[in-house]
Design a protein around this ligand. Structure first.
Ligand code: IMP
Ligand code: MG
Length: 175
């Protein structure tokens, strides 16, 4: 099976949106120190671009979870493969995700991270497939773009480990 990529959100639109979110975060957390938690691997590109626009001290943490395997449909099983290096107790935490789909991943992660009692906890997602939500109450505090229920790649997101390095978000058409 082969695929074709159609641009859904262009590079310049992503850049502008990230600047906007970063300015909001800089205001909201003025005078504090942040811990940004990146969910590997999809969140990497978003997090580094976002972090560079936040005008506050930021610590980086990385977590790896498995839920999708190599297919494009959710397995519903979320397993933590790599946990935080440092404790987040008493820290101001923003979880940075590439995309919220069913919300299962975030629901599990949120529970896991809140158990460490951070001073505050917010979710920042570049993309949100709102209509696919299966876990009620899971929403991003900072959202880049709400997108329709289509499989997307690029800007960190993959299909079988491909397309992560595209500078835009594209809709994947299966031919
Ligand atoms: P959720 O647990 O269903 O919310 O799934 C979230 C995770 O599924 C994301 O962090 C992505 O890794 C993956 N995912 C969901 N939708 C897409 C998509 O359209 N393209 C690529 N990965 C996706
Ligand atoms: Mg992900």
């Amino acid at each position: 099976m082969s695929e074709r990529v159609h641009v859904l959100i262009g590079e310049e639109d992503i850049k502008a949106k990230i600047k906007e979110i970063a300015e909001k975060i800089t205001q909201d957390y003025a005078g504090t120190q942040l811990t940004l938690i990146c969910i590997l691997k999809g969140g990497v590109i978003f997090m580094v671009d976002l972090a560079r626009q936040i005008k506050l001290p930021c610590a980086f943490e990385f977590m790896d979870i498995s839920s999708y395997g190599n297919s494009s449909t959710s397995s519903g099983v979320v397993k933590i493969e790599r946990d935080l290096d440092a404790e987040i107790t008493g820290k101001h935490v923003i979880l940075v995700e590439d995309i919220i789909d069913t919300g299962r991943t975030l629901s599990r992660l949120k529970e896991h991270l809140l158990a460490q009692r951070p001073a505050s906890f917010k979710i920042c997602a570049l993309l949100d497939k709102v209509e696919r939500r299966e876990v009620p109450g899971i929403a991003a505090d900072y959202t880049g773009f709400v997108i329709p229920n289509e499989f997307v790649v690029g800007y960190g997101l993959d299909y079988s480990q491909r397309y992560r390095n595209l500078p835009f978000v594209g809709r994947l058409e299966f031919l």
